[in-house]
Ligand binder design. Sequence first.
Ligand code: SF4
Ligand code: SF4
Length: 182
Amino acid sequence: MSEGRYLIIISKQEGSTVKYTFIVEFKRNLRFRCLLCGRCCTGYDGGLKLELYQSDIDFIKDKRYENFYKVENGIKLMNIKEGMPCPFYQDGLCKLKLLYNFFPWNCSVYPLQVVEHSGFFIVRINPSAVRECPGLGRGYLLRDTLLSKIISGVVSIKVTSDPRGLPMDIALSLADIKWVTE
Ligand code: SF4
Ligand code: SF4
């Protein structure tokens, strides 16, 4: 089986004609394990933008944090000052992970990224991770770990506007996944 590009077709069941099509652009044998270097939290490439979802905000608010997010063009973003690291980054660690074993969804699927394009979704390695993440190439196969998480999250966003709006098994049960190699 060739390496490289894969096409995953996801279609909702129950009579709906809606189809979610994912083109996965990373290599099938690509591995990843986080080495906790913190580069993805510090905006090493000059700018850090982190989109938050309602479940992220609710969780963090529940821990009594304030002013940690802002809204730009209707999109909720972590309130990161220009050139600064994420406000939850401290001494090389994520405070949310350290204190509550919690990551915002977009942090939890890094180094993957989804780009919506002409009615389908491109799943790729975040360009900043390609340049800077030393965890790529180590550890577990991405196709067995974060890929299902990101697919279920995207389906869930489409259904509930939140990547954690549906349990993963329910989100994946709404998906018909086929792999097609090029
Ligand atoms: S850059 Fe990669 S290895 Fe470093 S903390 Fe982020 S995900 Fe982990
Ligand atoms: S929330 Fe945590 S993992 Fe995400 S960017 Fe901030 S410090 Fe890093």
